[in-house]
Design a protein around this ligand. Structure first.
Ligand code: COA
Length: 181
């Protein structure tokens, strides 16, 4: 079963179906659509329920580990996931936060905790992540979580019809576990 993990400021817990309306509300914000690549905009009715209902099987099949980011009291703040490539012991980190919870250090706290889980419990060797160069806040989360910039991919994706640069970050197991983050 998907566990619940406690971090310094937040907890990571499985989503429940009752979270669907808030998920739809938060990810429908144009500020989120502006800087992400895989969240549809407009966000269709029913997609949050479909997404939440996919989490358990993805966890059991070791494809993707998805957690809600919540206050210690249980209020939904956002989402974070590790997409798993078991053969290469590689995890790909992704996240979004509801706009009212930005810039409070919550995503960094969540990313550090999930990365620790990925290395210690899932026995990954490396975790990487990438962000649009036009989204420096996400890059800050990666830096503050102990990742190092590994690449700058020029005009690597097309977003809203325009070529966009991508920044690639990563950290490997020994590096993360011996660091102080
Ligand atoms: C990226 C995101 C998850 C960060 O969540 P968060 O909880 O606000 O992150 P944190 O508070 O832990 O850290 C944010 C950092 O970005 C910095 N930041 C915010 N806006 C910034 C900007 N325009 N330029 C540079 N840095 C910025 C903050 O100052 C903070 O860094 P600091 O602690 O050094 O001051 C959130 O902004 C979000 O959901 N964005 C939309 C979805 C998204 O971008 N997902 C990732 C796609 S790769």
């Amino acid at each position: 079963m998907i566990p619940t993990l406690s971090a310094e400021k937040i907890i990571l817990a499985p989503f429940s179906m009752a979270d669907a309306p808030l998920v739809q509300l938060y990810v429908s914000d144009p500020e989120i659509a502006r800087v992400t690549q895989h969240i549809p905009s407009p966000y269709p009715n029913g997609l949050a329920e479909k997404w939440i209902s996919s989490h358990l099987l993805a966890f059991l099949e070791q494809r993707n580990v998805v957690f809600s980011i919540r206050s210690k009291e249980g209020e939904l703040h956002g989402a974070i996931n590790l997409h798993l490539d078991v053969k290469n012991k590689l995890g790909t980190l992704g996240y979004w936060m509801g706009l009212p919870f930005w810039n409070k250090g919550y995503c960094t706290d969540a990313a550090r905790r999930l990365m620790r889980y990925g290395f210690e419990e899932l026995l990954l060797n490396k975790i990487h992540a990438r962000h649009l160069a036009a989204n420096p806040a996400s890059g800050r989360v990666m830096q503050k979580s102990g990742m190092t910039q590994e690449g700058f991919l020029r005009q690597h994706v097309i977003k809203d019809g325009a070529p966009m640069d991508i920044v690639e970050y990563g950290v490997f197991r020994d590096e993360f576990l011996s660091s102080s983050v």
